[in-house]
Design a protein around this ligand. Structure first.
Ligand SMILES: NC(=O)c1ccc[n+]([C@@H]2O[C@H](COP(=O)([O-])OP(=O)(O)OC[C@H]3O[C@@H](n4cnc5c(N)ncnc54)[C@H](OP(=O)(O)O)[C@@H]3O)[C@@H](O)[C@H]2O)c1
Length: 333
């Protein structure tokens, strides 16, 4: 995996960037702001967090057609440019994703065009296949019914993704929630290989096999749930409540969140994280001028592993249990 370079986007941008591809293609900022929380937050709080992040120095916004956050992301970028927090839209790396309901060869380009309309932008920096799964065509929604899963035409979908790139609508194309097996399948026919795989990654779900595979194939990994994700139903977050991370954090005078984010950065992965609180947004990008020791890394490598996300998390709890989910599950140790 490529080593990070300093950001070239602006003097106020604080996160380094990871070059992508074998010949150092367009760079991905090391830390970005996730926007899935738009589905649960009051609109004003969400918009305030977006603007605060841009003011603080975040230069990657991660959205998706299913989050319902594209319009607010586009407006925040335009607002930040008007206020002088950023020079222009070009300074911000924008990712969006095609949802399972549009994961059909003829629906990918129209879905990106609709996302661009919501964003009021001419291109996205990165367009991702959100999940290796197709659902009967309908408006993007979540959770979905198991019985609406249909076989995925991965080759046809990827050809449409490649066309998005050729048309200049997406500077880079990639995938999300792809296992090594799914990536292998894709790489066998891709004319433009995926630049990025966005997956659950943090010290309690280290994905060693997938990380090795992506490194070997030159696919950049972006971590989601870098702090263990939002926990609305359970108070225990195995990342933020990890005794190992707590001990390292106390010894270093850092927060547990910073130890987790720094560990991800040292794996050569970028990340998308969220907070509604300005001080936490700031804290979460103050991870670049110090490092973990070999001893810290060894302790972290021994943390018991638990994954949060499986395909079941995006499906309705009831439904036809006979539908085979093995092709789309995301177990990767
Ligand atoms: N590709 C995919 O399938 C996929 C799936 C899931 C998520 N994502 C992307 O990843 C993004 C991030 O996911 P996420 O928000 O669940 O993960 P996260 O960043 O791991 O967790 C965010 C949670 O951590 C808390 N937090 C943030 N900074 C903190 C700090 N310094 N100290 C203590 N707590 C802190 C936040 O609470 P407060 O707001 O109270 O600070 C929030 O509840 C999403 O928004 C989305 O863009 C992608």
């Amino acid at each position: 995996m490529a080593s990070p370079g300093r950001s070239s986007r602006s003097s106020t941008s604080r996160a380094p960037e990871f070059p992508t591809g074998p010949s150092g293609g367009p760079a991905v900022p090391a830390v970005g702001l996730g926007t899935a929380s738009a589905m649960f937050l009051a609109e004003d709080d969400f918009r305030a967090a977006l603007l605060a992040a841009l003011e603080i120095g975040y230069r990657h916004l991660d959205t998706a057609s299913v989050y319902g956050s594209e319009r607010a992301v586009g407006e925040a970028v335009a607002d930040a440019a008007r206020r002088g927090a950023i020079a222009s839209r070009e300074e911000v790396f924008v990712t969006t994703k095609v949802w399972c309901t549009q994961c059909h060869p003829d629906l990918v380009i129209p879905s990106l065009r609709e996302s661009l309309q919501n964003l009021e932008m001419e291109y996205v920096d990165l367009y991702l296949v959100h999940w290796p799964m197709s659902i009967k065509p309908t408006k993007p929604h979540y959770p979905m019914k198991r019985e609406d899963i249909v076989p995925m035409d991965l080759r046809g979908v990827w050809q449409a993704m490649e066309e998005c790139h050729r048309l200049g609508l997406a500077k880079m194309i990639g995938v999300s929630n792809f296992t090594t097996k799914k990536l292998q399948e894709l790489l066998a026919f891709a004319k433009i290989p995926p630049t990025v795989n966005q997956v659950e990654l943090n010290p309690v779900w280290q994905q060693k096999k997938l990380m090795e595979f992506c490194k070997e194939k030159g696919i950049h990994v972006t971590a989601y749930h870098p702090l263990g994700g939002q926990r609305r139903t359970s108070t225990v977050n195995p990342v933020l409540h990890s005794d190992v991370l707590k001990e390292i954090a106390e010894a270093k005078g850092k927060s547990v969140a910073q130890i987790s984010l720094r560990w991800i950065y040292e794996q050569g992965a970028s990340m998308v994280t969220t907070s509604t609180k300005r001080d936490r947004l700031k804290e979460n990008i103050e991870i670049f001028d110090w490092q973990l020791s070999d001893e810290d890394r060894l302790k972290i490598s021994q943390i018991p592993q638990h994954k949060k996300v499986s395909v079941l998390s995006i499906l309705c709890p009831d439904g036809v249990s006979s539908v085979d989910l093995s092709e789309v599950d995301v177990v990767e140790v």
